[in-house]
Design a protein around this ligand. Structure first.
Ligand SMILES: NC(=O)c1ccc[n+]([C@@H]2O[C@H](COP(=O)([O-])OP(=O)(O)OC[C@H]3O[C@@H](n4cnc5c(N)ncnc54)[C@H](OP(=O)(O)O)[C@@H]3O)[C@@H](O)[C@H]2O)c1
Length: 253
């Protein structure tokens, strides 16, 4: 199943570019069936969302780009009868923090699939990421890939230019992704904040604004990952700004 807003974004771009296509949602009960479903529906492209991104990576014919580091794909494209997997969350995130200047270090809250994508793209772009998670199990992946990482119980307070929330804390509740006083201390020593959640002023975002950090929610990341995916469906033949315009028009993001 895809994000509910994605069909709006893609279908408005399809309509305005006068393409013979349709972007729809389908529910996947068993992640192991992802390629069968892709074939049975005779698709040329698809987006994959939680919790199937890892399965999609393992089952596609070939993974390209940064998805090979992350071990997760959110975009599948039929290319010469093969199903190729890409990760557009990572470049979508990078594009959305372009206006943040002189970032050398970042603290990523959470250690799920989104944290993996962000950690790799930051490191590839010369920004040192540190991962801080509620529990330690998911940190194994980050330690194996030589990222500095901490669980809440062994974290040592430090200074980071950018604080990123990749957890869903605050999405359907009023929770902070980290104990409030600790998060406040981190923000007092930071310049920028980013929340992958969009469409809601989360407690994380409100605290960032209170601390006068330059901050962004996940709406631009959502648009940019969709623009990059859309262009992959069409062998990168469109100007990204044009796709972006049609997608923004559909979503008011
Ligand atoms: N804007 C965009 O374009 C975009 C793109 C991709 C994803 N997202 C959003 O990103 C969010 C995370 O996705 P994901 O796939 O990375 O999720 P995930 O794989 O389920 O990871 C969730 C992580 O968040 C932590 N966590 C969850 N609830 C928490 C809480 N209340 N307090 C502290 N930590 C908490 C978990 O810690 P434990 O390990 O301790 O359980 C885990 O590390 C979702 O809301 C998704 O919609 C947005």
């Amino acid at each position: 199943m895809t994000h509910s807003i994605s069909p709006l974004l893609h279908n408005n771009a399809i309509k305005n570019l006068k393409l013979d296509a349709c972007y729809d949602r389908t529910f996947l009960e068993n992640g192991n069936d992802i390629i069968h479903k892709f074939d049975n529906l005779k698709l040329d492209g698809a987006n994959v969302t939680v919790p199937h991104k890892e399965n999609a990576y393992l089952l596609c014919d070939k993974a390209r780009g940064i998805s090979k580091d992350i071990g997760a794909v959110n975009t599948l494209v039929k290319e010469n009868k093969k199903i190729i997997g890409y990760n557009t969350d990572a470049p979508g995130f990078l594009e959305s923090i372009k206006s943040f200047r002189d970032i050398k270090s970042a603290l990523i809250l959470g250690a799920g699939g989104t944290a993996k994508a962000i950690a790799f793209i930051l490191r590839k772009n010369g920004i040192a990421p540190t991962i801080l998670n509620r529990s330690s199990k998911r940190l194994i992946f980050f330690k194996e890939n030589n990222f500095q990482s901490f669980a809440w119980d062994n974290f040592i307070l430090d200074k980071y230019d950018l604080i990123i929330n990749t957890t869903s804390a605050g999405l359907k509740d009023e929770n902070f992704p980290l104990e409030e006083n600790l998060l406040n201390s981190l923000m007092q020593n930071s310049n920028y904040a980013f929340d992958v959640v969009y469409g809601k002023a989360t407690p994380f975002m409100k605290l960032a604004q209170k601390n006068k950090l330059q901050s962004k929610d996940g709406s631009q990341m959502l648009i940019f990952q969709a623009v990059i995916a859309f262009n992959l469906f069409y062998q990168n033949k469109f100007i990204p700004k044009i796709i972006e315009r049609y997608m923004r028009e559909a979503s008011f993001l």
